[in-house]
Ligand binder design. Structure first.
Ligand code: SAH
Ligand code: SF4
Ligand code: F3S
Length: 472
């Protein structure tokens, strides 16, 4: 066979990603699938031959964004005389693929999250003929098995998907319908991907799953063991040379087992950060949400986690204005937030989603009430976040360097508690003795000591502690 790749003009793909980290990961995997068929990544839609919107269906606003973006792309396509391929991927594609096709004829193909390995075939088909543009079945063949085994790492921190889908069916949520049933990858597959990332300089991996702590992947071949839990997986991955930091997200209170909690205390690579969404502090609302736990169950988990790792940063998600939520229910949420004290949290107004049980529940809460509750909750959460960041002032913290900082002579990185850190390099003589750019390049991927000088709502600032001083 002759290799025609050298003479083939390079095509460019631009992927715009909405929604959760799973979509960020999936977008990377789509780039991996497209690279062998000649698509190089583009920085914007303007420069691209193929634009993929990787969409999110979680709230109404997220879905609306997709249609307005498609309107823009349609104009771009018209200006180019039709010379642009438009694809819609992700959870909106899965939930309402046919609707997308109907509402926006400029779309060339629609594919759900389980079909990404079919992208090359679908692009070829779309360029030959219109029609036959939809691929949103849940494949019985595992997507994970069909995707390329190699990954191209982009920097020292990487996502690694270990579990997909959700069987929890919270009454407000579309994810069980857009991502399908829970499915875990095998430990061997995950290990191979983690090793390949480590070999490319990745130091921090974030294990992803819609319910990542429901992970139950096939144990290593020949081990004869039953499926592994997330705790076992973390302890195993921590042994891979080069992997110095492990995180996981997002977890569910019902799957927070004692071994995983213990790993926070006894596994050095396990970072002191836990995103454990609770949604509400009211048992009545938690029941109506079908969360399967009470507020006290959640508090108990938090107590255990803090006993295992006292400095842990806690994160959560909240929904205000779920159908039937009274002032007293909302107050219970506020009290839970005061009791737990979060490092960071994400809060949303309840958004009725088509096809979910809560959308048809009595007692839908008026928009102004939701607005007022959201503001009140976010005010409290912001205060806690700022206080958490301020608590690091004066400390020397290990920072994984990820790149250039905000200002010249500054680098950027992440603290163990997932805070963004901007820090000056000038305190280190090497920043003066050498080309500053080369010095910074060498630092990327290293974990360095940074003395924290100041803190804002969203980041820390500090200065690099010179190596010799740090060693004292
Ligand atoms: N699997 C994760 C998160 C799923 S979606 C979990 O179980 O926690 C991320 C967050 O979006 C949820 O935690 C929830 O707070 C929010 N969310 C989901 N559906 C929503 C809806 N219909 N309206 C408002 N917020 C919603
Ligand atoms: Fe949605 Fe609940 Fe599943 Fe999370 S656990 S993805 S909120 S159904
Ligand atoms: Fe959105 Fe789908 Fe993630 S609905 S939050 S992109 S799983």
């Amino acid at each position: 066979m002759t290799d025609t790749s050298a003479s083939r003009p390079a095509k460019r793909v631009f992927i715009k990603t909405y929604g959760c980290q799973m979509n960020v990961y999936d977008s990377e995997r789509m780039r991996d699938v497209l690279r062998p068929i000649g698509y190089a990544p583009a920085d914007s839609a303007d420069e691209a031959d193929l634009v993929i919107l990787n969409t999110c269906h979680i709230r109404e606003k997220a879905t609306e964004k997709v249609y307005s973006e498609l309107g823009q792309l349609k104009l771009m396509k018209q200006e180019r005389g039709g010379d642009l391929t438009i694809a819609v991927a992700g959870c909106v594609a899965q939930a309402e693929g046919a609707e997308i096709m109907r509402r926006q004829p400029a779309v060339d193909l629609v594919l759900g999250p389980q079909a990404y390995h079919k992208l090359p075939e679908m692009i070829a088909r779309a360029s030959r003929a219109k029609g036959d543009r939809l691929e949103t079945e849940f494949e019985t063949l595992e997507k994970f098995d069909a995707l390329p085994k190699t990954r191209e790492a982009d920097g020292p921190s990487a996502f690694l998907s270990v579990q997909e889908g959700c069987d929890k069916f919270c009454t407000f949520c579309v994810v069980p319908y857009t991502r399908g049933a829970e499915l875990s990858r095998s430990v061997d597959d995950i290990t191979a991907e983690a090793r390949s990332l480590a070999a490319q300089g990745v130091r921090e991996i974030t294990l992803l799953g819609q319910n990542v702590n429901a992970f139950h992947g096939a144990a290593p071949a020949l081990s004869n063991e039953a499926d592994w839990t997330l705790g076992q997986l973390v302890r195993h991955l921590a042994k891979i040379g080069g992997i110095e930091r492990i995180r996981y997200t997002t977890s569910h209170p019902r799957d927070m087992d004692d071994d995983l909690i213990a790993a926070h205390g006894d596994t050095a690579a396990m970072m002191p950060f836990l995103h454990l969404p609770v949604q509400s502090g009211s048992d009545r609302i938690l029941r109506a949400m079908n969360r399967g736990h009470t507020a006290e169950d959640y508090r108990e988990i938090i107590r255990k986690v803090r006993a295992a790792r006292p400095d842990i940063a806690l994160a959560s998600d909240f929904i205000v204005g779920f159908p039937g939520e009274t002032h007293a229910d909302f107050e219970a949420t506020m009290q839970l937030v005061r009791d737990v004290n979060y490092a960071i949290a994400y809060s949303f107004k309840y958004s009725a989603r088509p096809g979910t049980p809560a959308a048809d529940m009595a007692g839908q809460v008026p928009e102004q009430v939701k607005d007022a509750r959201l503001q009140q909750l976010q005010q409290l959460l912001r205060e806690q976040q700022a206080a958490f960041n301020r608590s690091k002032i004066g400390q020397t913290v290990p920072v994984l360097v990820t790149g250039r900082g905000r200002n010249p002579g500054q680098a950027h990185g992440r603290s163990p508690w997932l805070q963004a850190v901007h820090f000056d390099l000038s305190g280190d003589h090497r920043a003066h003795d050498r080309d500053p750019d080369a010095f910074l390049r060498d630092l990327v991927g290293q974990i360095v000591d940074v003395r924290v000088i100041d803190a804002s709502l969203n980041s820390l600032t500090g200065e690099l502690v010179p190596v010799r001083e740090a060693a004292l």
